[in-house]
Design a protein around this ligand. Sequence first.
Ligand SMILES: N[C@@H](CCC(=O)N[C@@H](CS)C(=O)NCC(=O)O)C(=O)O
Length: 203
Amino acid sequence: MANLKVYGTIRSRANRVIWMAKELGLPYESISVDLAAPRDAAFLAVNPNGRLPAIDDDGFYLFESMAINLYLAKKHGGPLAPRDLSEDAKMTQWSFWAVTELEKPGLDYLMHTMFLPAEQRDATVPGKALETLKRPIAVLDKALASTGNLVGDRFTVADLNVGCFVAYLASARDFLAQYPNVGKFVAAIVARPAFKKAMPPRG
Ligand SMILES: N[C@@H](CCC(=O)N[C@@H](CS)C(=O)NCC(=O)O)C(=O)O
């Protein structure tokens, strides 16, 4: 049995953590949690918020997807992990930034273009979400200009933690065309074998 238990499946924000585990080649056990049902005590001991994802890493409990991915990168090392304190700080910066700047408009876009049943979608939401995304995506475009990655010249947990919020923009072709570095970043991410295994198919 794997020592790493990931609460949540690819149909939740746990897909970011599953993507990370696959990038690192880590064996893990995926534990499905029914979000419509009352949470059981065993899961609440791991994440008292009752939200997904959370991990039980051989008795070490952690919640918040960005924190989990930073922890797994640093624990297992390799190219995805920071090499020094300044890389660590930048990876943390981009992870906080992604949640603050991208998550709300990103989810609005995703829900109303792909995930909600067609009859529940509001056709005005995706356009407003892309409007809100213009400012942070322009920042991202500039940050990617020199190496195509956010920290150093390699794919790291910073790219993964930001990439999980921008991969859905692959369908917003006209929008992405205005941000060529982000366009290349998204294309590279969705082509990664670990990403393909971890993410549910998108329209
Ligand atoms: N900031 C948290 C968000 C977690 C979150 O809201 N997860 C959703 C699933 S994608 C959830 O558990 N929703 C059920 C609920 O809020 O009760 C993270 O990134 O881990």
